[in-house]
Write a protein that binds this ligand. Structure first.
Ligand code: ADE
Length: 230
């Protein structure tokens, strides 16, 4: 089994690239695809770049050119809700693109027009593996729930209040929903695992810079335990 691992930013794949063995690199669409072994599993690790378009291109290349059987997206997210703090982990069970808006036609916000699904569901087995991995992490809480994605860095209390009420989301980021859509269209099982870097509220960009390292460390640790258990 070959597992595609996507992180949006250098920081999010750095630990993975420091640990990958027999690394063969290839550049496509400006993205470096690292084929090798990571913690005993055959993987392709890639930094997609930020945002939904980058992430979608990257996912389709992993599926078409590297024939990956599973895709795991790791990295950081803004936490939504009072009880979620930097370093906590979200295992997504479904994803929605919160910036899709054809409401003028009567569609719900987030609905991709003329697609038969509203949300994109993560693979049950991968969710379970991630949740089992979370159990070993005593210092942080973990949540299973919906992550919403859009081409926006959220730093606004009114916006997160809306994301919570409209989508019942526990986290927001900028790639997961498009990775999920590409995986859905290609019938490729996937999961998104994100650790909290900020509370997506006013001043989030300042917390974000500060807490990226702990977020990356925690989501990478979950991935490591998962790969070992697979
Ligand atoms: N990734 C991490 N924090 C985020 C936020 N507040 N908005 C969007 N993406 C994020």
């Amino acid at each position: 089994m070959v597992i595609g691992i996507i992180g949006a930013m250098d920081e999010e794949v750095e630990i993975l690239l420091n640990n990958i063995e027999k690394n063969k690199k290839q550049v496509k669409a400006g993205m470096q695809f690292n084929v090798g072994e990571l913690w005993g599993k055959e993987v392709v690790v890639v930094r997609s770049g930020i945002g939904k378009v980058n992430a979608a291109i990257c996912t389709q290349i992993l599926i078409d050119d590297y024939k990956v059987d599973r895709i795991i997206n790791v990295g950081v997210a803004g936490g939504i809700g009072k009880n979620i703090y930097p370093g906590d982990v979200i295992v997504a069970d479904s994803l929605v693109q919160h910036d899709v808006d054809t409401s003028v036609f009567g569609d719900r916000f987030g609905q991709i027009p003329r697609l038969e699904t509203f949300d994109f569901k993560c693979d049950e087995e991968l969710i379970k593996l991630a949740m089992d991995a979370c159990k070993a992490f005593k210092n942080y809480n973990s949540f299973v729930g919906r992550i919403v994605s859009g081409d926006q860095f959220i730093a606004d209390i009114d916006k997160i209040t809306w994301l919570k009420s409209e989508f019942d989301a526990v986290g927001c980021e900028m790639e997961g929903g498009s990775i999920a859509q590409v995986c859905y269209l290609n019938k490729t099982p996937f999961v998104v695992i994100r650790s909290i870097s900020d509370n997506a509220s006013n001043g989030a960009h300042i917390d974000y810079e500060k807490f990226i390292p702990i977020g990356v460390k925690n989501s990478t640790n979950i991935l490591k335990s998962m790969l070992k258990a697979m």
